[in-house]
Write a protein that binds this ligand. Structure first.
Ligand SMILES: O=P(O)(O)OP(=O)(O)OP(=O)(O)OC[C@H]1O[C@@H](n2cnc3c(O)ncnc32)[C@H](O)[C@@H]1O
Ligand SMILES: [Mg+2]
Length: 204
């Protein structure tokens, strides 16, 4: 006969296995899988690549609208993620609009945006949204890493990684070993909160 802890963990895996992570970004998916598969209670992610339209608004409004739409399309539970890069000199902009700014201006252009300002301080903000299904309001889990916007250093593999240097590290995200980035990133901080929430399911 299985022990209670074994039953709890099998209910838990059955529940979390049904949750799809909806993203069109392969780099995000790689990091999320690496972070969630480590630790005492690994979580397996079932990924879905859907192109969900993103509304304008605060990081929270963008995240909630995207997750709502994903749950409606999938007709089931899902997780979505939005990443913002915020400049202190610009009161948090480009924020959730960083994807377009990066695509149009590149790393050099992002740096030029801050020429003439007294600070190059920036923060990376990750917002995971979990929806239990199309009729449930999404719940948000945020993680923030503070740093500086710098001229690009390191391989240009993932977004703005080459021009973001977290405080006190001396390295850009792009120069870091993936495990180092995943130990201090905006994404890992948000995922720790999401993990704790998902692990509370069997007690509900
Ligand atoms: O399908 P989704 O999950 O929305 O994927 P996306 O690529 O559209 O992602 P976002 O809407 O969250 O836009 C965030 C932008 O920031 C980039 N980005 C996200 N996380 C990053 C990270 O950890 N390091 C560097 N760039 C990142 C990403 O490539 C986008 O250009
Ligand atoms: Mg997107």
């Amino acid at each position: 006969m299985p022990k209670i802890s074994e039953c709890t963990s099998s209910i838990y895996s059955a529940l979390v296995k049904k949750i799809a992570f909806v993203t069109g970004n392969a780099n995000k998916l790689r990091e999320v899988k690496a972070i969630l598969s480590s630790g005492a209670h690994p979580i397996e992610i079932d990924s879905q690549s859907l192109d969900i339209p993103e509304v304008q608004g605060s990081t929270q409004e963008v995240a909630i609208a995207k997750c709502r739409m994903a749950a409606k399309l999938l007709q089931g539970p899902c997780i979505t993620e939005d990443t913002a890069l915020c400049f202190e000199a610009m009161n948090g902009l480009p924020g959730p609009y960083i994807k377009d700014f990066l695509a149009k201006l590149g790393h050099e252009g992002l740096n030029k945006m801050l020429d003439g300002f007294s600070t190059r301080a920036a923060w990376a903000l990750c917002t995971f949204a979990y929806s239990a299904g199309p009729d449930s309001e999404p719940i948000l889990f945020e993680g923030r890493t503070d740093g500086t916007l710098v001229p690009a250093r390191g391989p240009a593999v993932f977004g703005w990684d080459p021009c973001f240097e977290p405080l006190g590290t001396g390295q850009t995200y792009a120069e870091m070993d993936p495990a180092r980035k995943n130990s201090l990133s905006h994404r890992c901080k948000a995922l720790e909160k999401l993990r704790a929430y998902l692990q509370s399911f069997p007690q509900e």
